[in-house]
Design a protein around this ligand. Structure first.
Ligand code: C2E
Ligand code: CA
Ligand code: CA
Ligand code: CA
Length: 273
């Protein structure tokens, strides 16, 4: 029994070892991919619930891997977060978005695009400067960019986070809370932070129109606090009808489109009302 136990542990260690090696290899590949410009912003339309017009988009990272094809965030974001490479990835996605926003504006198309910012960015006091450099290099207005952050960041009640958010707002960026409702329900932070938008998590939208208690609550909350409300993961007309009746302003979801390449998004824009 003792031997079996020892073998069990040895086996476990070997498996751990293999996992660590795979992870390290992936991290190396991601760094190389970032140097080669293999990461690309895809765009999921953000749509006006009433008019159906595309008013903007959310930028979502994709990896055009030279051998494995198009890869989705679940296969690289966790390793990016663990290794800290996420800062460089977020910076590259933001730079692509900023230069594209300037292009659209030059064509007379005013859009707002949101980008996902990892919580670890907020530990970096250089964040406002990094963002300022991106704006200057691209000639993009800060107000055309919305920064998506998660609830967990605000629940920490950290003075540095509050200061960073305040300076980002002063610079003109809009701030959105992503996946709203999935964190702990301490709503006090909604009053204490300078926010523009709540994005209701897809898990609450999927039950509509039957399970509507929480979406209804969040709609009222947004109205009372004068926050813009975006519903995520809208897939059916019944869901959209419900949201429209409740006064939700905007939605994203497969009902309009999956996240698509820039070229494809430009086509969608062309046909948008
Ligand atoms: P998220 O920010 O909550 O993004 C929404 C996810 O839901 C996207 O998955 C999107 O493709 C998916 N989605 C949108 N509409 C629908 C729908 O109608 N039905 C269903 N079933 N799904 C829908 P994606 O692109 O795989 O991204 C996953 C997560 O990876 C994102 O969740 C975000 O947290 C993270 N992520 C993506 N790009 C970046 C990035 O550039 N930086 C950082 N820090 N995180 C990113
Ligand atoms: Ca998001
Ligand atoms: Ca989300
Ligand atoms: Ca998410």
């Amino acid at each position: 029994a003792k031997d079996a136990g020892r073998n069990g542990i040895q086996f476990y260690n070997k498996a751990m070892d293999a996992r660590a090696r795979t992870r390290l290899a992936l991290e190396y590949e991601i760094r190389r991919g970032l140097e080669n410009g293999e990461f690309e912003a895809f765009y999921q339309p953000r749509v006006d619930c009433l008019t159906g017009e595309i008013v903007g988009a959310e930028a979502l990272a994709r990896w055009r891997h030279p051998e494995r094809g198009l890869l989705f965030p679940d296969s690289f974001i966790p390793v990016c977060e663990e290794s800290g490479v996420i800062r460089e990835l977020d910076r590259q996605i933001l730079a692509q978005v900023a230069s594209q926003l300037a292009n659209w504006e030059a064509q007379g198309r005013l859009l707002q695009v949101s980008v996902n910012l990892s919580a670890s960015q907020f530990g970096d006091p250089a964040l406002p400067d990094v963002l300022q450099q991106i704006l200057q290099a691209s000639n993009c207005r800060a107000a055309a960019i919305e920064l998506e952050i998660t609830e967990s960041l605000l629940l920490a009640h950290d003075q540095n986070t509050l200061d960073t958010l305040a300076s980002l707002r002063t610079m003109g960026f809009a701030i959105a809370i992503d996946d709203f409702g999935t964190g702990y329900s301490n709503l006090a932070y909604l009053q204490n932070y300078p926010l523009n938008t709540l994005k209701i998590d897809r898990s609450f939208i999927s039950g509509l129109p039957q399970s509507s208690a929480i979406p209804q609550l969040i709609t009222s909350l947004c109205r009372i606090l004068s926050l813009n409300m975006v519903a995520e993961g809208v897939e059916t007309h019944a869901q959209l009808d419900w949201l429209r009746q409740q006064g939700c302003q905007q939605y994203q979801g497969y009902l309009c489109s999956r996240p698509v390449s820039l070229a494809h998004f430009n086509e969608l824009l062309h046909y948008s009302p």
